[in-house]
Design a protein around this ligand. Sequence first.
Ligand code: TRP
Length: 372
Amino acid sequence: MAKEMIVNPYDVQGDVDYARLGKEFGIKPLDEKLLKRIEKIAGEVHPYLRRGIFFAHRDLEKFLDDYENGKKVFLYTGCGPSGPIHLGHYTIWSFTKWLQDKFGIELWFQFTDDEKFLYKNKTFEEIQGWTKENMLDVIAIGFDPKKTHFLVDTQHAGIMYPEAVKVSKKITFSTIKASFGFNDSNNIGSIFYTAMQTVPIFLPSVLSGEKQRCLIPLAVDQDPHFRISRDVVEKLGHYKPSIIHSKFMSPLTGVDSKGSSSNPDKMVLMTDNAKTIKKKINKHAFSGGKETVEEHREKGGDVNSDVSCQWLRYFEEDDEKLAEIYEKYSKGELLSGEIKAMLIEKLTKALGDHNKRRAGAEKLIDKFVYKN
Ligand code: TRP
């Protein structure tokens, strides 16, 4: 029997059924009308939107209304610094950069060092080390330093904590237990934490004195935090955040779950070099091909279960080319090894460029970290 589906920030299990998840979370599908509105502003529709990788939203209309009416709006996303950055993060942040470029707006980027210290079996110092490493990857995405502000929870406590207490007073322990599956043995810091992740939704409004709406691009497992936040921030006189949700990028081992950095063989890390990328894809990428070449030529491969085919949706921007690859693979004209080679080429290029930018990122950290 299939494993029960669990999706929350601290646990993802089972085969994720996105239609069912959308209903359970109460999030709306991204429809044609919204994509058209985005196209009108951006001049194009990002491939991740066309391909349903970003698939759902909350209140995106309100964010677009405010933007079109010339009101100040901003983007908010974040990173939990507990290990190396992988392609799943990279794809969400690349999309966030696209939004920043096309809309020309500010991005507030939260590093939740407190969260990862509280939830992971790592020392405070180790988490600080990952915070810095992860900052280099975020900078390497290419965000505009003039329009991007890093918040580090323990470093920006002076401006964040006064707001977090206000949030926390409006959230009960029973809400947190029900949302994240906690019990009485969870540490008390983890119970408070959602308040910290809520603060950047309205901190820019508090700091500037001008009420602003934000859009949060995220992977759908983060939604439960913000479902709580949305009720609370409104009671505190702020706008509810708009949200745009992405599906999980699958691990190399199969399309049904969520990639993570904890097993490096299952995911490509941003710091992997050309040799490692090649080895990982060739050795671990689940193939939708047939047992033998003869059988594959005759019956064709399955693009839906073939991880390399699925990952190409993130890295082959040309729709026609992708469609042609899928057709040829389905007919057995292309072999799994050939699909893997295409993916390896795309990834080697993307990660090579990323690491060139990452090498020059350290001297930029100071420009990105928010200063009061
Ligand atoms: N909790 C997130 C993580 O573990 C980090 C995060 C903080 C975040 N604020 C966010 C992610 C806003 C998406 C949007 O990775």
